[in-house]
Design a protein around this ligand. Structure first.
Ligand code: DHB
Length: 390
């Protein structure tokens, strides 16, 4: 097979890019080693920035995000015994939508399938070749058990934080900036009505907790845990006792219900510069990972796809590969601001391993400074609802 753009990775970054390229009349092929059903079953984040929602609805991927997504005009920070609301509409004139990544993925996969796109899930033994030439290749074993090769003009690695494409780049050709965090989240899905109409980011002496939602009958919650936590050590009772203790410190209470999914999420920051090597570019988690606090990961992946579609169209038209450097420059501006925002939210809300009374009181003072200052709260609202495209 030959195509203009070969894409490794059929998550939101890869599928959105394939969709946006098709709108510009540019063909692409997407391969992913996972089965579609496995991707749809993996619990991921749930908050979309205003521009992400616009991209999904206005380019024809999803109307469901508008009808089934839940528009949030603000969010809550709970600390020091009280709950404080940050009003996104009032401060930044924007909202976010609670619409799970699994639904974003399903809408993208459906839209690509309806358009007759070449998207191959469940392939094995994927390798990439000749990425510094004008004819890079993706090789893999197909679902049919046969060996396949896709030749393309440009190759996109949108294959997640463990990216095989990124690992193809010689260490001397890129710089990687990494940060490890002494935090992790214990995430649950439970069958219960909503405990709150909007998200609650909860600081407490016992550590952070996040109250989120999924539907009228299933809810998503997280609490900070040790990165080495074994989910099997946590019974439903123990989980609810811990969550209630953390939110109870700030005067609210959760509606409990059966826990239907549990997992531990580790925290990491990573940025690769440049996001290009020859005729190969990286997008989404393959190029950058953020800690989950603030829900920037999926939004960054979609923003990458928007810039990349535009830049790839220009590169194909001008036959000048150096046009791709503009992608790195524009994407990294947002990536680093998101790294900072996610780091800041994380550091302000989590209990560090060596935290003492001083540290906890200093954090509460920082949170109080943010909510009591129009400037501080506005920064949080602007960053959370998403910066405009540049
Ligand atoms: C969710 C996850 C996040 O990391 C966040 O900041 C907000 C919401 C969620 O999964 O609902």
């Amino acid at each position: 097979t030959t195509t203009r753009v070969g894409i490794v990775g059929g998550g939101p970054a890869g599928l959105m890019l394939s969709h946006l390229l098709a709108l510009r009349g540019i063909d692409s092929v997407v391969v992913d080693h996972r089965e579609r059903a496995d991707i749809e079953r993996t619990a991921r984040a749930g908050i979309l920035e205003a521009d992400s929602v616009r991209m999904l609805s206005e380019t024809g991927v999803s109307q469901r995000v508008l009808t089934e997504g839940d528009r949030h005009h603000g969010t809550c920070l709970a600390f020091g015994g009280e709950v404080h609301r940050i009003d996104f509409q009032e401060l930044a004139g924007a909202s976010v939508w609670l619409y799970p990544q699994t639904e974003v993925f399903a809408d993208l996969a459906d839209a690509r399938a309806a358009a007759g796109a070449d998207v191959r899930f469940g392939v094995r033994d994927t390798t990439v070749h000749d990425v510094t030439t004008t004819r890079p290749a993706i090789r893999f074993t197909g679902a049919d058990g046969r060996a396949h090769e896709i030749r393309c003009r440009y190759l996109v690695g949108a294959d997640g934080s463990h990216s095989l494409c990124r690992h193809q780049i010689p260490a001397s050709e890129v710089r990687q900036y990494r940060k490890e965090y002494p935090y992790a989240w214990f995430g649950i899905l439970c069958e219960a009505p909503k405990s709150a109409p909007e998200l609650i980011y909860n600081h407490s002496d016992r550590g952070f907790a996040l109250i989120s939602q999924r539907t009228e009958t299933t809810q998503r919650m997280y609490f900070q845990c040790d990165p080495d936590t074994d989910v099997d050590d946590w019974s439903g009772d123990r989980i609810w006792t811990e969550l209630q203790a953390r939110v109870g410190a700030n005067g609210h209470e959760l509606v409990e219900g059966p826990i239907i999914d549990r997992s531990v999420l580790r925290f990491r920051s990573n940025v690769v510069e440049p996001m290009r090597h020859g005729a190969m570019v990286l997008a989404g988690d393959a190029a950058h990972t953020v800690p989950p606090t603030g829900a920037k990961g999926l939004n960054l992946a979609l923003a990458d796809a928007a810039v990349l579609a535009e830049v790839l169209e220009r590169a194909l038209a001008t036959k000048d590969d150096d046009v791709l450097d503009e992608y790195t420059r524009r994407a990294l501006d947002r990536v680093w601001r998101s790294q900072h925002f996610s780091y800041w939210m994380t550091a302000m809300l989590h209990r560090g391993p060596g935290a003492d009374e001083f540290d906890l009181r200093r954090q509460v003072a920082e949170l109080r400074s943010v909510v009591r200052s129009t400037a501080g709260a506005t920064y949080l609202a602007e960053a959370y609802t998403g910066w405009p495209a540049r």
